[in-house]
Design a protein around this ligand. Structure first.
Ligand code: PEP
Ligand code: MN
Length: 320
């Protein structure tokens, strides 16, 4: 439920409304949206919209029918802009996040970071904890990788994005990185989602391999229900019957999400296609469809990459 407040509402009236709702077990969020002062109500209340409208200080009461509330466009009509240092995702400029699938060494990460910066990337990505399908594949440099990322930030000024695979990594993430990525395989790891909702770090939430848009939004809701608003959604391809590409990039998700949610949308054409030469056309298509940002895997020596070499661009191809 959204309670639109009277322009002349008093603090006393607002406190009274919030107290009544909290006694009924509801969570309330006070915010402004499109010039309106509102209280968002999450949870079941026995009070009907008509009864709310009779209360002092309330101008209107609008029920939200969807199972996700805080992420919903009905709840907040203005686009959310996520600030990462001086980079803003969800504003006028297309943000390019680029870097290797995994941080492999200090030299590798630093070399790629300097190159992607030169070619227009404003954030650097690189996994330190890699959720690999096989336990025998390279699992990442772990804390050592995070330290390398922190040094990349120090030396290049690029904010760094990395994946968190377990709640036990939360303190390390707070210490070393700028954006926490929740990977496709963990999109419904609810303890992980609740955990990142409690910390003060922008979150990049990837879509699960076989998740619906509704499930994805519910996962974003988990993070926001924890009180954290800076969530970005990243479409990275879904699993379909088509084996030619690694996944199928669901570009329809962009206009669908733009209607349903105020959160910014990032497209990852690298994992979506799995094929280097298909990355640029899908990146362009994503921008045409309204994406706010791109996340692209780049490697200086893709043939020797410890993960995802075949889909990694050469740095100079990054911005054609
Ligand atoms: C990645 O970004 O390298 C990654 C593992 O992505 P996803 O979770 O989309 O597979
Ligand atoms: Mn990868």
């Amino acid at each position: 439920m959204i309670l639109v407040l009277d322009r002349k509402v008093t603090q006393n009236q607002k406190d009274k409304i919030k107290n009544i709702l909290s006694e009924q077990g509801c969570i309330t969020r006070e915010m402004t949206d499109a010039g309106r002062n509102i209280i968002g109500v999450i949870g079941k209340t026995k009070i009907s919209p008509d009864e709310f409208k009779q209360m002092q200080g309330i101008y209107d009461a609008v029920p939200i029918e969807t199972s996700y509330k805080l992420v919903s466009r009905n709840f907040k009509s203005e686009d959310t802009k996520v600030k990462i240092g001086n980079v803003v995702v969800g504003a006028d400029r297309i943000v390019v996040i680029a870097g290797p699938c995994a941080v492999e060494s200090h030299t590798q990460a630093m070399t790629i970071a300097k190159q992607v910066k030169k070619y227009g990337a404003v954030l650097f990505r690189g996994g330190a904890y890699k959720p690999r399908s096989s336990p025998y594949s390279f699992q990442g440099l772990e804390e050592e990788g995070l330290k390398i990322l922190a040094d990349v930030r120090e030396q290049t000024g690029l904010g760094v994005v990395t994946e968190m695979t377990s709640v036990s990594q939360v303190d390390l993430m707070m210490k070393y990185v700028d954006v926490v990525q929740i990977g496709a395989r963990n999109m419904q790891n609810f303890e992980l989602l609740k955990c990142v909702g409690r910390i003060d770090k922008p979150v990049l939430l990837k879509r699960g391999l076989a998740s619906t848009i509704q499930e994805w939004l519910m996962s974003a809701e988990y993070i926001m229900a924890g009180g954290y608003n800076n969530v970005m959604l990243c479409e990275r391809g879904i699993r379909t019957f088509e084996p030619y590409t690694r996944n199928t990039l669901d570009l329809c998700a962009i206009p669908v999400l733009k209607k349903l949610t105020h959160l910014p949308i990032i497209i990852d054409p690298s994992h979506a296609t799995g094929i280097r030469e298909k990355v640029s056309p899908m990146a362009r298509a994503a921008i045409a469809a309204g994406a706010d940002a791109l996340m692209i895997e780049v490697h200086n020596n893709p043939d020797k990459a410890l993960s995802d070499g075949p889909q990694s661009l050469y740095p100079e191809v990054l911005i054609p």
